[in-house]
Design a binder for this molecule. Structure first.
Ligand code: DCP
Ligand code: CA
Ligand code: CA
Length: 338
């Protein structure tokens, strides 16, 4: 039987929740902010609604820059309230889990699902089910989402991002090569700026070029393991299974240095209490982590983000400390200012 896999991603998630809770804001640009507290404007944009995006507001951007882009426009700058979004997320995931064969939550607002069994491997039944999922999430939570359906996780994930917001993109087995071929390589999940650069230096810019690249070439560019994944992903032969790993949480802390600093020891010292606090929360909620990220805001208000996914989950403090230190130590992140 054909495998049929889906990926659902909630649209402008945190900002959409804020819209639902304050319907009067629906036509207003909404910017969800992580305020760091140093000045009224320091911190980063978590996300924004599509109205704000029209003015060039983007996730990860300094709040001060978002304010400049929305200068003279009536806009709502709302502090991020993670607990609130998590409550919506948990309810949505629970609903989805009951409607699919297997659900794999992949982030606070997204999940893969396998629907091979209940659709009998048929794309018409899969399309009907996807529409039903969208309708149900909207009926129950007033949230819109975008769904991608395809023969594997790679295609499903790219398809959910293809038409946004409130989109549905169905890519049948036989359509997958022509769907993937013209797209840029960084559409494949797991392909970040570093891998993109390596592949582009090797003349590979599109997924089509990746699909037809000789194995030895790919291995020379990115190593054996990643080459194998990229080969399968680009040829739509990726067979990674959808696995239910239970719920998903994201815990974060933000600190502001009293003064700008290049001194790594000083920065590490300032980070320690926040990391300890984060770890306490982790342990008290009986959670393990698998992915660690660091965001730094530099003096010129540009931001730097680093992420790492570990081989296996842990709740070990020294691991957390080591990973964050390593990220902060990378040259471009070593200019943390707040
Ligand atoms: N998020 C964040 N900081 C980022 C990126 C995302 O805090 N740099 C948070 C806020 C988002 C949520 O994660 O609402 C989900 O991220 P997505 O990348 O799925 O982006 P959105 O849901 O906001 O928008 P889209 O409609 O493009 O999916
Ligand atoms: Ca989203
Ligand atoms: Ca997402």
């Amino acid at each position: 039987m054909n495998r049929i896999v889906g990926h659902l991603d909630l649209d402008y998630f945190y900002a959409q929740v804020e819209e639902i809770e304050a319907p009067a804001l629906k036509e207003t640009p909404i910017v969800v902010c992580v305020f760091s507290g140093r000045t009224e404007e320091s911190g980063v944009v978590s996300t924004s609604n599509y109205k704000a995006r029209e003015y060039g507001v983007r996730s990860g951007m300094p709040i001060a820059l978002a304010k400049r882009r929305l200068n003279g426009i009536e806009a709502a700058f709302i502090p991020m309230n993670h607990g609130k979004y998590e409550a919506y997320s948990n309810r949505v995931m629970e609903t989805l889990r009951s409607q699919v064969d297997v659900l794999e939550q992949a982030g606070i607002d997204e999940a893969f699902f396998d629907i091979t069994k209940r659709t009998g491997g048929g794309y018409e039944a899969a399309t009907a089910l996807a529409l039903e999922l969208k309708a149900r999430v909207f009926r129950e939570e007033k949230l819109t989402c975008s769904i991608g359906i395809g023969p594997n996780k790679v295609v499903a994930k790219i398809a959910s991002d293809f038409k946004k917001p409130n989109g549905l993109t169905v890519v049948r087995d036989e359509e997958a090569p022509s769907f993937l071929s013209p797209l840029p390589i960084d559409k494949i999940y797991g392909v970040g700026p570093k891998t993109t650069k390596l592949l582009e230096e090797g003349g590979i810019k599109t997924i089509g070029a990746l699909a037809s690249a000789p194995t030895e070439n790919l291995e020379d560019l990115v190593g054996k393991r990643l080459a194998a994944y990229l080969h399968d992903a680009s040829n739509s032969t990726d067979d990674e299974q959808v696995v239910d790993r239970g719920g998903f949480s994201q815990l974060s802390r933000i600190i502001t240095l009293k003064q700008d600093s290049h001194d790594l020891d000083q920065i590490a010292g300032a980070l320690a209490p926040a990391l300890k606090d984060l770890h306490e929360r982790l342990v008290s909620e009986n959670l393990f982590f698998r992915s660690v990220s660091a965001i730094g805001i530099l003096k010129d208000l540009s931001t730097r983000t680093r992420s790492k996914t570990l081989e296996s989950p842990t709740n070990d403090y020294p691991v957390l400390e080591k990973e964050v230190k390593e990220m902060a130590n990378q040259r471009s992140l070593a200019e943390f200012t707040g």
